[in-house]
Design a protein around this ligand. Structure first.
Ligand code: NAI
Length: 312
């Protein structure tokens, strides 16, 4: 049986000094790719720097016969990371935006510094790396990007207002790059992983962590960034511990109301059940679906309140 290979391709993995990033880097190197192992080498709260984190992974890859170079820049300087790929290997094919930190604190106690640092690493970092790789991807009509969201971004997480906001930003970023990249064969997807790492080891029990090896996130990423994936783009995947599933938006039946003076708060309250009715869900793909609704709305003759409204 042949395996998915990445020979002659260059993969840039940000935050590859540990956790998920290290698992990606070693895997892609073992499948023939040239790997840029980027890591700033700070603490999980984003303090300090060290070359060691990236160096150790590069040594490990080389010892196993793979090809890798280290880069120690912060993802906020994405252009330097992509430059390392071009200088060392002459090209960049795959970008895994993985680097991340946590600054958990209750919203009441959140400081601007907690907010700003999280936005800088996750949002600006993903932007800067993708922005620097984009011209290469367009020119060669080939590129694959994975951005990293989180369950906290999709559902919220106590003490994680900053991190959750930055992680959901990855979804809008991904969906937009997917649209702009499609005609250049640049496919962009986003994952919400769960894995044992220094980020999660203090918040999960050891037996749970045991089943959540970063290695169980890697295969999905490999599938999405391989050249055999020619269509999957702009999608969100939940992945970890052997579970892999796509996530999408769902719309309730909803209420369609005529846009005249009868569209009052009371008219909405009257239809509250329909606004929340998920018994026959729709799965909107974009604003086009919304426009269809509006066209239906134009055909309405009036908001028939049925019985008298309780409120206006
Ligand atoms: P980790 O802390 O083991 O790895 C993150 C790496 O990013 C570290 O090696 C760190 O030095 C590096 N890094 C941090 N800031 C950087 C910067 N400015 N520039 C370059 N490198 C930087 O954590 P883990 O768990 O492997 O996380 C990887 C990604 O997955 C992160 O984006 C995280 O938010 C996300 N994630 C992880 C989950 C999990 O269950 N482990 C859950 C949801 C999301």
């Amino acid at each position: 049986m042949s395996e998915l290979r990445f020979d002659n391709q260059t993969v840039v993995v940000t935050g590859a000094g540990g956790g998920l990033g290290k698992a990606y880097a070693t895997f892609f190197a073992s499948r023939g790719a040239n790997v840029v192992v980027n890591d700033l080498g700070g603490s999980f709260k984003g303090e300090g720097t060290s070359n060691k984190a990236a160096d150790v992974v590069v040594e490990e890859i080389k010892a196993a016969g793979g090809k890798a170079v280290a880069n120690y820049d912060s993802v906020e300087n994405g252009e330097k990371i992509i430059e390392t790929a071009i200088q060392a290997f002459g090209r960049v094919d795959i970008l895994l935006n993985n680097a991340g930190i946590l600054r958990d604190v209750s919203f009441k106690n959140m400081k601007d510094a907690d907010w700003d640092l999280i936005m800088k690493v996750h949002v600006k970092g993903a932007y800067k790396c993708a922005r620097a790789a984009w011209p290469y991807f367009r020119k060669q009509k080939y590129g694959r990007v994975i951005n990293t969201a989180s369950a906290a971004g999709l559902f919220g997480g106590f003490g994680q207002a900053n991190y959750a906001a930055a992680k959901l930003a990855q979804v809008g970023f991904t969906e937009t790059l997917a649209k702009e990249g499609l005609k250049y064969n640049i496919l962009v997807n986003v994952i919400a992983p769960i894995a044992a790492s220094r980020m999660t080891e203090t918040v999960m029990p050891p037996d749970v962590l045991e089943s959540l090896k970063p290695d169980w996130v890697v295969p999905l990423v490999a599938v999405l960034v391989h050249s055999s994936n020619e269509i999957e783009t702009g999608s969100i995947f939940e992945v970890g511990g052997g579970h892999v599933a796509k996530i999408r938006w769902e719309r309730a039946k909803g209420a369609l109301l005529k846009t005249d003076s009868t569209l009052t708060p009371g008219a909405i309250l009257k239809r509250w059940k329909d606004v929340n009715d998920f018994s026959e869900p729709e799965h909107p793909q974009g604003t086009a679906n919304f426009m269809e609704k509006l066209e239906e709305g134009l055909k309405l003759s009036s908001n028939d309140p049925g019985e008298t409204l309780d409120f206006k």
